[in-house]
Design a protein around this ligand. Structure first.
Ligand code: GLV
Length: 335
């Protein structure tokens, strides 16, 4: 049996996923531990039916047009802002991604980042490791209490809801802003919907878990930081471009807000220099879902859905499978 040709844009996945993709496809892997270049991608994809890509690969019209046999793009992550899903749909290409499975790990990381920022944990750790601990001092590393404070969540989807559940243990008052109210999320967390301005005004801790869309892009800038509490902490585990990084650095410098914890960046992997110089900022390298268990389960899920589509079946997690089916029930191979 002829196996479908696929490209994986990283040299390896995780053992189970690697074994499955080797078994069911004729797999080509990008050979180096760096993002594949656009030129390489376009060249290698020319005869492929499947693509398993990373969040840092930009898959747009030009890439798709260079791959006339492509049937499926499987994204190793939940966010889909790196893929032009509409362009894929109009070309009969199914897109898949990995929601749900990373929800808890990402909410854990959001919570860890919030606490690390509020209690200056990395700063204190560096201080101690650097041999500067010479005894308890009552004014060292004074952070912020969480208990009884207001947690604001921007983006009350799966991850926002999981984060809010964790806040219940801290007796926090939880408010959220979302495109639409989320009654189910409210039920399991006691969170209350708030208009955007109220979220800014009332939150002691404001955590961004929203995806990147035209509506969320650049939503947090100087004007918004001016409306926040001077003691507030901003945490972003959604997507970098939701926050205007230069404005954030200025807001922190001017004391418009107290601190910030970021896992994602506007021009990733570049980071606004102004942020690097500030004391009350905690920066992580986009590790929201990075646990052994979660990342290996994500890789397996991505491979399984890729193979499902290549075998003519229905993927478990696709934003456009139905639309592709409705619009092009039979996509014959190109001549
Ligand atoms: C991580 O950022 C993801 O979208 O999976």
């Amino acid at each position: 049996m002829v196996k479908p040709k696929v490209l994986v844009t990283w040299p390896y996945l995780f053992p189970e996923a690697d074994e499955l993709i080797r078994r069911d496809t004729e797999v080509t892997r990008h050979k180096e531990e760096r993002p594949i270049t656009r030129q390489e991608l376009i060249k290698i994809l020319a005869d492929k039916e499947g693509l398993l890509c990373m969040l840092f690969d930009r898959i747009d019209r030009e890439v798709m047009d260079a791959a006339p046999h492509l049937k499926v793009i499987s994204n190793l992550g939940v966010g889909l802002d790196n893929i032009d899903v509409n362009a894929a749909t109009s070309r009969g290409i199914v897109v898949t991604h990995t929601p749900d499975i990373l929800t808890e790990a990402t909410a854990d990381l959001g919570w860890a980042l919030l606490m690390a920022t509020a209690r200056l944990i990395p700063q204190a750790h560096n201080f101690t490791k650097g041999g500067r601990f010479v005894g308890l001092r009552y004014h060292l590393f004074l952070g912020k209490d969480l208990v009884g404070k207001t947690l604001g969540i921007y983006g009350m989807g799966r991850i926002g809801t999981a984060l809010a559940k964790r806040a219940k243990g801290f007796n926090m008052n939880i408010i959220y802003h979302n495109r639409h109210p989320n009654p189910q999320g409210e039920k399991v967390t006691d969170a209350k919907y708030a208009p955007f301005e109220e979220l800014l005004r009332e939150s002691d801790f404001l955590v961004i878990t929203a995806p990147l869309t035209p509506e969320t892009q650049g939503r947090f800038g100087l004007e918004e930081f001016r409306q926040m509490k001077r003691n507030a902490i901003l945490v972003n585990i959604g997507r970098g471009p939701i926050v205007k990084e230069k404005d954030l650095a200025q807001a922190l410098k001017e004391g418009l807000i107290w601190g910030a914890g970021l896992d994602v960046y506007e021009g990733e992997p570049e980071i606004e220099k102004g942020l690097l110089e500030l004391e009350r900022v905690v920066l992580l390298p986009h590790i929201g879902s990075a646990t052994m268990e979660t990342r290996s389960a994500m890789a397996l899920m991505a491979v399984q859905d890729l193979i499902r589509v290549l075998k003519g079946g229905q993927p478990l997690h696709s934003p456009n499978w139905k639309r592709v089916k409705e619009q092009k029930p039979e996509k014959g191979p190109p001549p």
